[in-house]
Ligand binder design. Structure first.
Ligand code: 4AD
Ligand code: MG
Length: 476
């Protein structure tokens, strides 16, 4: 007999049907009721076992997280909650589980504990919901761009360039540290290395995506990116996924429109298709907030806050507006910000959070940042002080998207690269794009895990990626 997945049983199967299900035992009450989950959906299927009909040995082996295969007949459910339940006729144990020694327990476990048990954490309600939603968002990303005429472009993971010019890269080499060949000046001679040059893991696929946009019109990348940032925060990973659309004939305003529409689409897709997982995560947060002081709780429950984001326009302000607002804010005047707010300095997380959570209470797009704090490729504004950059800030997370219109004028780009010591010989091809049929174009990068954090309400970024790589942590 072919196996039926629990999601199908609950949605389509009819009373009286004989079916075969396989999954893990979430609970076994009174030697009679199994809650069976097979990962296909959040819900469990209730299986009724007449224990008198089975050997005692077998009944004993049905325990927390043992894996079972059950044939039976679907009957109308006696209890409330579900329409159907399965009356077991044949039970086979596929995998025993010693409930007493098992690292998961049928009670609340901390996220820190579960991070150390990443090989099992996907079996908990919380993490299975998070990872189903992570899948949903990845699918929605591809669907959105496909439906809007974008081409998915795979950019390289190993590159010779530092796209962000920030120098936070993992080097890729076949040399061993102590036996690497040296040149006459005593420096490591990368000419003898595998690629004949120094290489690193990519920090962004943008520069390559620009080549795609100037040929295919609209492209996007969606792949892993790597940053050796020394930030041990709840928002930083060393290996994270980034979505980078790049669009020809688009300016900074079109870029902001795309970022807003795209973000709302992803949220709506999850609300429409994964209501059970979101409802569970919302309840989980509300429960855990019961012991918290009021000011640490979320202003809105998860689902309401997601709906609020899709129903309202994002606030759009310039960096200069943001600085003025911040300098006139209560926490600034009372000296409560740790970092100085001064035109020309980057906004810190505390400033971004004030703008989003206190001032506007919704996502905010800040644009026209000072050129001194942004990357070399951003288009210079006429004021000679700012660039056409934009960051999208979300409640509870801060920056989820960073993007810009690109400098398409060869002379201005070259001058900026010289000023910022960006090696011209590395990016000769990037410069040539400006010489042969260049055009105004723009794009952005969305931090995938930060978006997953926003939609699931998970507070630590390490809990929305199956195997987090962060400072001091590369287990599993
Ligand atoms: O703002 P960033 O550095 O922008 C770029 O890399 C551009 N090349 C994007 C583009 O215009 N095509 O990074 C983009 C986003 C950030 O807004 C943030 O959400 C995420 O990537 N991000 C990280 N996420 C997790 N861990 C880190 N260490 C991250 N660094 C950036
Ligand atoms: Mg940024």
């Amino acid at each position: 007999m072919k196996r039926t997945e629990v999601s199908t049983v609950l949605e389509e199967a009819k009373i009286g049907e004989e079916i075969l299900v396989k999954g893990w035992v979430k609970s076994f009450r009174a030697n009679r009721f199994i809650a069976l989950n097979d990962g296909s959906c959040f819900k469990t299927l209730q299986v009724v076992v007449d224990f008198e009909n089975y050997p005692e040995e077998l009944i004993k082996r049905i325990s927390f997280h043992s894996c079972v295969s059950i044939k039976g007949e679907l009957v109308a459910s006696q209890g409330s909650g579900q329409k159907v339940e399965l009356q077991a006729k044949e039970i086979e144990i596929l995998g025993d589980s010693d409930a007493g020694a098992y690292v998961l327990q049928p009670k609340k476990m901390t996220q820190e504990y579960l991070r150390e048990k990443a090989h099992f954490r996907m079996r908990t309600n919380t993490f299975s919901a998070v990872f189903r939603l992570r899948h949903a968002i990845a699918f929605a990303i591809n669907k959105y761009f496909n439906d809007h005429g974008y081409y998915y472009m795979h950019t390289p993971i190993i590159t010779g360039s530092d796209a962000e010019g920030a120098g936070e890269m993992f080097h890729v080499t076949t040399f061993k540290p102590d036996t690497a060949p040296k040149d006459e000046a005593g420096n490591v001679d990368y000419k003898q290395d595998f690629f004949g040059k120094e290489t690193n893991l990519t920090v962004s696929g943008q520069l390559q995506a620009e080549m795609g946009a100037l040929a295919l019109g609209k492209v996007y990348t969606f792949g892993p990116t790597f940053r050796a940032e020394n930030s041990n925060t709840s928002r930083h990973l060393a290996e994270f996924w980034m979505i980078e659309p790049e669009v020809a004939f688009c300016d900074i305003h079109g870029d902001m429109d795309l970022a807003e529409d795209f973000s709302k689409y992803l949220i709506k897709y999850c609300l429409d298709n994964y209501p059970d997982d979101l409802a569970f995560l919302e309840k989980r947060i509300l429960d855990s907030e019961k012991q918290m002081p009021k000011e640490q709780r979320r202003p809105l429950p998860l689902i309401e806050s997601l709906k609020f984001v899709i129903d309202n326009d994002f606030e759009r302000i310039t960096y200069s507006d943001a600085v003025n607002l911040l300098r006139n804010s209560k926490p600034y005047k009372k000296g409560r910000f740790e970092f100085e707010v001064e035109w020309g300095k980057d906004l810190q997380a505390e400033h971004e959070r004030w703008l989003v959570e206190k001032k506007f209470k919704k996502p905010v797009i800040v644009r026209d940042y000072p050129k001194g704090i942004k990357a070399f490729y951003m288009r210079q504004n006429d004021d000679d002080k700012t660039v056409a950059a934009m960051d999208v800030l979300f409640p509870g997370i801060g920056e989820v998207i960073g993007g810009s219109q690109r400098e398409e004028r060869h002379d201005k780009l070259l001058k900026r690269m010289e000023e910022m010591d960006i090696p011209e010989h590395e990016l000769w091809w990037y410069l040539e794009l400006r010489k042969f049929g260049g055009c105004p174009h723009a794009g952005f990068g969305m931090g995938f895990e930060r978006m997953v954090q926003f939609i699931t309400g998970m507070t630590n970024i390490r809990d929305v990626i199956p195997f987090p790589r962060a400072k001091g942590s590369a287990e599993f």
